[in-house]
Design a binder for this molecule. Structure first.
Ligand code: NZQ
Ligand code: ZN
Length: 389
């Protein structure tokens, strides 16, 4: 296990009715004026928009708004939000929505202090040293952005989707009320569950070993496998929504990465797909994950696949190791494509051969080669993309 410094500074208010804690959490850090960031119409339809506005008004917290944040949030929205914060002297950013609204809010909080295009920050042309306090009210169990330090931002002009990652961008407090996810549509519930599962897989199949972290990860993977299909069948099943919601946060808040690291191999490949084709992140991950598993399965990685098959999917440990590994990958497919009903191929989401080579070149960063579970170069990525067509 590697050395680590444990510091997960986000306060979590979890459960029904916890929204009432929001004004207090905001006031606790001396904030009186916030930027409310949200996506399309989902929070208006559910009534959450009115509830949040009423609560903030009662607490005399002044609100400016940035609505219409896109799924796969654009840097143009980040720049607009940062400009608003500067013009109106706003002191914090509050996201109400899924990972896209939260990521946009986090990037805005950092970009406020940078006098230029926020894309420079994403490209690391300038460092992020401070950010406004960030708050979130989560409406979709998926990214875990409510408790991590990352914002993933897209630039349509350059077909790039890249992470911006700094400690100062970890939210101060997040409200996790599972009932807000009752209205998440089927495809997004499935994609969100696949995203959570992928975050776990990315950490589990990493270079370093950490026994305890892997056992915790298996528990979280099993929670996805168990409750994902239940949430699809019964969208208002509180236990299913609650378990998925908390799993999403724990999967990526670094609890499991401490002492181990995370490879992010499949994420590097997926971010190209959503950058070029604007597809849903979790759908891309689901398509790529089994193909990536087949590509990296080799003698040296076999024991890890055996561990995964036996502990997550209950494959018979008495079987030959190679068979356990194959069954583990098949079980992963059954979960993603049959139980969650996600698309199986790139073509099914409108992706053909046209940009595969370009995307493979972009995905094959030095990190993918040097830090991944199995080193991957552009030719490996291309082979994985092709296997998914
Ligand atoms: O825009 P609205 O109207 O709110 O609708 C959204 C959107 O259309 C809808 N939705 C959200 N909550 C809902 C709901 N509809 C009905 N009822 C609700 N309660 O769902 C759609 C998708 O929302 P979005 O926020 O885009 O989804 P998600 O939470 O999956 O976020 C995806 C983004 O996060 C990034 C992804 O790449 C993608 O850009 N990621 C962020 C990470 C992080 N910050 O650490 C890590 C992830 O790996 C990921 O890359
Ligand atoms: Zn993800």
């Amino acid at each position: 296990m590697l050395n680590f410094h444990y510091d997960i500074g986000t306060e979590i208010y979890f459960g029904k009715g916890q929204l009432s804690a929001l004004p207090g959490a905001i006031q606790k850090v001396g904030v009186q004026k916030v930027l409310l960031v949200y996506g399309g119409n989902s929070i208006r339809r559910s009534g959450l928009y009115d509830q949040v506005k009423d609560l903030l008004a009662q607490a005399r917290i002044q609100v400016e708004e940035l609505g219409g944040v896109e799924p796969n949030p654009r840097v143009t929205s980040v720049n607009r939000g940062a400009q608003l914060c500067r013009e109106k002297g706003l002191q914090a950013v509050l996201a109400v929505g899924g990972g896209s609204a939260i990521d946009c809010a986090k990037a805005i909080a950092a970009a406020v202090y940078y006098d230029g295009d926020a894309w420079d920050l994403v490209l690391q042309k300038a460092p992020v040293t401070q950010a406004l306090p960030i708050f979130s009210v989560v409406t979709l169990a998926a990214t875990g952005s409510e408790m991590d330090r990352t914002a993933v931002i897209s630039n349509l002009e350059t077909n790039d989707k890249l992470p911006l990652k700094y400690d100062v961008m970890r939210p101060t407090a997040s409200i996790l009320d599972p009932t807000y996810t009752y209205t998440v549509p089927r495809n997004q519930t499935a994609a969100g569950t696949a995203d959570i599962f992928s975050h776990l897989v990315e950490g589990y199949f990493a270079r370093e070993e950490a026994y305890l972290q892997d056992r915790m990860s298996e528990a979280l993977m099993k929670t996805c496998v168990h409750f994902g299909p239940i949430a699809l069948a019964k969208p208002e099943d509180y236990e299913a929504r609650a378990n998925l919601m908390w799993t999403a946060s724990l999967a990526i808040n670094e609890l499991l990465a401490y002492g181990k690291g995370t490879a992010w191999s499949v994420h590097s490949m997926e971010h190209q797909l959503s950058a070029y084709y604007d597809i849903t992140h979790g759908v891309g991950l689901a398509i790529l994950t089994p193909a990536w598993m087949r590509h990296v399965l080799q003698e040296s990685t076999l024991p890890k696949f055996v561990e995964y098959g036996v502990n997550v999917f209950g494959v018979d440990p008495a079987l030959p190791q190679e068979e356990i590994a194959q069954r583990a990958i098949q079980a992963t497919e059954t979960f993603l494509f049959d139980s969650l009903g996600l698309p199986r191929t790139l073509r099914a989401v409108g992706i053909g051969e046209e940009h595969l080579e370009e995307m493979a070149q972009k995905a094959a960063t030095p990190a993918l080669y040097e830090n991944a579970f199995v080193s991957l170069g552009a030719e490996d990525v291309l082979a994985i993309y092709r296997a998914c067509l």
